[in-house]
Design a protein around this ligand. Structure first.
Ligand code: R5P
Length: 270
């Protein structure tokens, strides 16, 4: 692949190799520059198909725009569905992604092509089990939607979990209420799919510390860390993230689950 920006800010993309007759896997994560990276993916995908690729699997470790999955206010774009359609129209035959932000939707509600939605939670739990000496730990979902992730994490780590209630009042305004497990004197690990502004982790950490938790850790798949996330994580002992969006907290790789997802998708065609 060759890709660069023209002086005017437009993108130039070239597939230098021969893809004719091939099944191609186009790997593009869309972390902190979603608009440019999405455009690059669309140009690459459609070009691969024009050059004769038989099928195209989009491997998008962090799938962008998934949080805007409904029209919360009249007139809003439902960006998740629109981005899905753009990729399908450009030639995506299947999607492999990691911990897709599915709060109100199932993959089949959004995509018309097969989706393999793999998880980083097993890798994150294995990291804690081998590298962090936790004291009587409890895993914590900061909101009800995160239960799908904390359940997998807690099972792999062999610990109990508890679920908080969250209300979001704005991009950075988050309120958490909780009457969960007794965390007094225990280590708590907050488990979520995304850390964006850090507001969720900060609110959950404050609750846990005031309930007497000994130490608070955070585990997440996608460390987006939108400004000013980092100072909001100051009361957290350590943040452990996967490499879907590289960050100073990246500790585990999603290569294994992604490879398994790609194999599953491709095996349907052979
Ligand atoms: C929201 O529903 C997600 O699962 C995360 O909790 C959220 O995206 C985190 O965002 P922030 O770090 O801005 O609170």
């Amino acid at each position: 692949m060759e890709s660069r920006l023209f002086p005017d800010g437009e993108l130039y993309v070239r597939i230098a190799g021969d893809v004719s007759g091939d099944v191609v896997a186009i790997v593009q994560s869309t972390g902190r520059a979603p608009n440019r990276l999405l455009m690059e993916l669309l140009l690459t995908l459609e070009t691969a198909k024009e050059l004769g690729a038989e099928r195209a699997v989009c491997v998008i470790p962090y799938f962008p725009y998934a949080r805007q999955d409904s029209r919360f206010k009249p007139g809003e774009a439902i960006s998740f569905g629109i981005v899905a359609r753009m990729l399908e129209r450009a030639g995506m035959d299947a999607l492999v992604t990691v911990d897709l932000h599915l709060h109100r939707r199932k993959p089949e509600d959004v995509f018309r092509v097969p989706v393999e939605n793999v998880t980083a939670m097993v890798e994150l739990a294995r990291y804690f089990s081998s590298k962090v000496k936790l004291d009587n730990p409890v895993a914590v979902a900061p909101d009800e939607e995160a239960e799908q992730w904390v359940r997998v994490f807690a099972r792999e780590l062999g610990v109990e979990y508890t679920v908080m209630l969250k209300e979001r009042r704005g991009d950075e305004a988050v309120e958490i209420t909780w009457k969960g497990a007794d965390v007094s004197g225990r280590d708590a690990v907050i488990v979520d799919d995304i850390i964006s502004t850090g507001s969720t982790i900060r609110a959950a950490t404050e609750q846990l510390l005031s309930a007497g938790a000994k130490r608070v850790f955070a585990a997440c798949t996608h460390a987006i860390l939108a400004y000013p996330a980092e100072y909001k994580l100051s009361k957290v002992d350590d943040v452990v993230a996967s490499d879907t969006v590289p960050s100073p907290y990246t500790r585990v790789s999603v290569a294994r689950p992604l490879a398994e997802g790609i194999k599953k998708v491709v095996s349907r065609w052979t």
